[in-house]
Design a binder for this molecule. Sequence first.
Ligand code: FMN
Length: 196
Amino acid sequence: MTGGHLQIVVCGAGPAADVARLVSAAHEQSWTAAVTATPSATDFIDVPAIEELTGTPVRSTYRSSPGTRRSLPAADALVIAPATYNSINKIALGLADNYATTSVAELIGRQVPTVIVPFVNAALAVRLPFRRAVASLRDEGVRVLLGPEDQWEPHPPGSGNDRQLAFPWTTAFETAADLAYEARTSERHVGRGAAG
Ligand SMILES: Cc1cc2nc3c(=O)[nH]c(=O)nc-3n(C[C@H](O)[C@H](O)[C@H](O)COP(=O)(O)O)c2cc1C
């Protein structure tokens, strides 16, 4: 789908520093993008650079800068990337303990097409709470890019810096755009059915 608005949520893991790659992938397909950061993620990202690229303030708290709307903008898709072990577990449980997780809870509830790209090592990924969280999110219709079929696997502990370069930013955007297109198409079909 070309043209839409992408809401991005970044968590506190190394690839957050490269989130501009996701914004650029969206811009190349005529999408706008805005970035929300968890409190931990603000240590990993270059906030002024992202704000200049997106033309939108990076939100990480409930406080908004003057002129910024307080409510969530309409989003055609949501990408949570990199998604930490911590945030994935919380989102699956429906916890909303900061602005980012609250936004995610609401956007998923509004059935905004959502893609999660975890960045977790294999020691964390094998934990039962994490596996349950991924399964639960998938049950809710969230697309979690993880596993051999997605060609994105947890990395060995201690190898995060090397794996960061391979983070699938373009795949994340393309998956979100495809889901947004499917959602828009099925809305049109439902609309036609209702009218008929
Ligand atoms: C330098 C550094 C790198 C980290 N890398 C990761 C990571 O790759 N994956 C992960 O799940 N947590 C990682 N963490 C731990 C998270 O930042 C920590 O669990 C934090 O509470 C996550 O908060 P958030 O989920 O709200 O962003 C890292 C922490 C630091 C300080």
